[in-house]
Design a protein around this ligand. Sequence first.
Ligand code: XMP
Length: 429
Amino acid sequence: MKQDMILILDLGSEENPRLAREIRALGVYSEIYPHDITAEELAALPNVKGIILNGGPNRVVGGQEIDVSKEIYNIPVPVLLADHKGDRPWPADPDARREALSNFVFGLCGAQANWNMDHFIADQVELIRRQVGDKKVLLALSGGVDSSVVAALLIKAIGKQLTCVHVNHGLLRQGEPEQVVEVFRNQMDANLIYVDAAERFLDKLAGVDNPERKRKIIGTEFIRVFEEEARKLEGIRFLAQGTIYPDIIESGTKTVKAVKSHHNVGGLPDDLDFELVEPLKMLFKDEVRACGTALGLPDSMVYRQPFPGPGLGVRCLGAITRDRLEAVRASDTILREEFANHGLQGRVWQYFTVIPDLKSVGVRDNKRADEWCVILRAVNTVDAMTATIEELPFPLLQKITARITSEVKGVNRVLYDLTPKPTGTIEWE
Ligand code: XMP
C-alpha cells in the first residue's frame, strides 16, 4: 500500500467528514468507520498509523452510550479520544486545530504526508484486484462524473473483466451518449454495451404529465433495461457503483439519521444478487474529479454540471412530446455553446433550458404563428438546498434568444427565469 491512513471511528459526531477532510488536507489519507468495527476488520485495513475515536452529541443511541470494543485499544497504534461533549481536544480556531491535528498525525502517529491521487489510484487498483480476483464486474455507466470515474478506475484495475452498460433513455443532452462510446469504447477499449432504449422510454412516458409519475417510470424502466442486459451476461459476480462519500452521509450512519435514501441501481431483483464494488465511497466530490483527471478522463466529463437522473424528461414540462423534447435538447445545446463562448463554462453551477407545455402567438415569415417558448435557467449554489441567480450579461441573453428563435424549430419566444431557490426550485418539475 502506498499511503498511510488515520482511521476515524464514529462515536456519534456529526463532524467526522470535516475531520477526515482536515486530515487529508495535511496530506494524510483518512477514512471513517462505524464504532462497532471489529478488531479483526480493523487489523485487515492497510497502513493504519493512528485512530481517532470521534465522539459527539449522538453518542447515546437507544438510551445507551455507544463505545468501541475493548480490543481496539490494544491495537498497537496511537488512539486519540476526541469527545465533543466535554473537553474538546480540537480548538475552534482553524490554525490551532490544524496544529493540534498535525501534532497527533505526524508527531504521535508518525504518519507520512503521502496522500495524493496517484497513490490513491494505485491502492484502489490493488484493492479492487484483491476483491474481484478473476471474476466479472458489471457497471451502469450513465456518463455522469461518478460512474465515469468508477469505470475508468475499474478499467485500469481489471480491464475486460468489467462490462459497462450505458442505457440511453432518450432524455440525455446532445452528444452525451456519443461521448460515452467515444471515451470508453474507443479510447479506453472497455467492454461497453450501448443500449438505445429511447423509443421504449418515450412510449412508456406518452401522455404522462405528473412529474413524480414521470420520475418513477424513468427510474423503474431504467432498472428493467439494466436487468435485461445483466441477465444476458454470464458469470457476473460483482456490481460496481459510483457511490461517493456524500451519498453515504446522506443515507445516514449508525449515529446520524438519513437525510435522504440513496439508491443508484438499487431495486434490482433479489436473484441478481451481486456483491458491491464501490472504490470511490470514501471520496468527496472534488477528490472524485481529481481522480478522474488523473485517470485521463476529459474535462468535459470530469467537470460536467449536475444533471438529474430523469434528464431532459423533467425539463420538458407536462406530458413529454417528441417535438418539445427535441426543442429542449437543441436549446440546451445552444445555451451551453454560448456559455462556453463567453467563458462561463465551469463558472456557473447549473444552467439549462426548460420547455413548458405552452404556445403563444408570434410572427414568422410575415405570418402569425403559434409556437413554443423556452425558459433559460442559470443558478449558483453550494449544496442545491438554496440557489441564487447568475446575473447574465444582457448581450449574451440577446444572443442566446436570437439563436434559439432562429435555430430551434417551433420556438418563437425565450424567457429568463429570475427566481432564486426558494421560492423556486432549481428544476421546474
Ligand atoms: P431542485 O429542483 O429540487 O433540484 O431544486 C436540486 C438539484 O437536484 C437535481 N435534481 C435531481 N437529480 N434526480 C436527480 O438525480 C431527480 O429526480 C432530480 N430532481 C432534481 C437538480 O438538477 C438540482 O441539481
